[in-house]
Design a protein around this ligand. Structure first.
Ligand code: HBI
Ligand code: FE
Length: 296
């Protein structure tokens, strides 16, 4: 998923926009589980420098906008001067929460994605965006996946949530409920906000890897911010081509993990018995959270 662009819920290799440009990754040489080698030596100095500039721009605006758990963990990505080696990063990550980073050619089919998460393997796209895509790229590239998603995998509770999500995804596939579960991923892992004693903060990867949406999601008066409600999230459509108009706010990662503990079968049934909700719509009497007041 990417900064104000989303994961097309189709099956990779996905096609995008006009002309259905061919996918960038080398799917033909990926293994059966869609993993591939990172081929770190193939990155050019320009690509390492692009990663460095993306990293510096985001890292410079984290304080006051990103949750503490993310700020503490982002250091684990190591030197910001170059694209990390996935094997080195996996060694650190595995010691922390038994997760590892695996290279993939890009977006992969949901079933394959869930199966990797369920095995505590986070799929990270190997290629990096083009310079002209500095501010925005449609598919998740190595910067979005590494900077946006990997740091919170060092957090034990969030790491367990991600594996539980993957296991739940495999079940959802059998219940034809992937679209409902994709909304949970979207409004938590990609665009989630968390309430903290210091105020509203971002933990979603799509927000944290976005130059503009990080400040917008925490401070803008425009979007609505709704207290975490699993069924409400599963009923809510999302936009993949602009900043979000609805965010959901958790009180803690523990709350998020506990919400995925029960069997979702009755929840899917209850969700399907209610009308879907467009992004940006606010229901009467639901708990809304105010934007964080703009710093001094
Ligand atoms: N594939 N590589 C990759 N990264 C994702 O974030 C991803 C994916 N495939 C499917 C997908 N996300 C979404 O459909 C999730 O909601 C499952
Ligand atoms: Fe993502």
């Amino acid at each position: 998923m990417l900064a104000n662009k989303g994961v097309n819920q189709g099956v990779a290799p996905v096609t995008y926009g006009e002309g259905n440009r061919p996918p960038r990754g080398d799917y033909a040489h990926a293994r059966g589980d869609y993993t591939c080698d990172q081929n770190w030596s193939a990155y050019s100095p320009q690509e390492h420098d692009l990663y460095r500039r993306l990293y510096e721009r985001q890292a410079s605006q984290l304080v006051g906008l990103a949750c503490d758990e993310f700020i503490e963990a982002v250091e684990h990505l190591g030197a910001a001067q170059r694209i990390p080696r996935f094997d080195e990063l996996s060694e650190k990550l595995h010691r922390a929460t038994r997760w590892e980073v695996v290279a993939v050619p890009g977006l992969i089919p949901e079933e394959a994605f869930f199966a990797l998460l369920a095995k505590r393997k986070f799929p990270v796209t190997g290629w990096i965006r083009q310079p002209e895509e500095f501010d925005y790229v449609v598919e998740p590239d190595v910067f979005h996946d590494l900077f946006g998603h990997v740091p919170l995998l060092f957090n034990p509770v969030f790491a367990d949530y991600m594996q539980a999500y993957g296991a739940g995804g495999l079940k959802a596939s059998r219940l034809d409920a992937c679209e409902l579960l994709a909304r949970l991923y979207w409004y938590t892992v990609e665009f989630g906000l968390i309430a903290t004693p210091q105020g509203l903060r971002a933990y979603g990867a799509g927000i944290l890897s976005s130059a503009g949406e990080l400040r917008y999601s925490v401070h803008s008066p425009q979007p609505s911010r709704v207290g975490f409600d699993l069924q409400r999230i599963m009923r809510t459509r999302y936009k993949i081509d602009s900043y979000q108009t609805t965010y959901f706010v958790i009180d803690s990662f523990r709350q998020l993990f506990d919400a995925t503990a029960p069997d979702f079968t009755p929840i899917y049934r209850a969700v399907r018995a209610q009308p879907e909700i467009d992004a940006g719509v606010v229901l009467t009497n639901e708990r809304l959270i105010a934007a964080a007041c703009t710093p001094g």
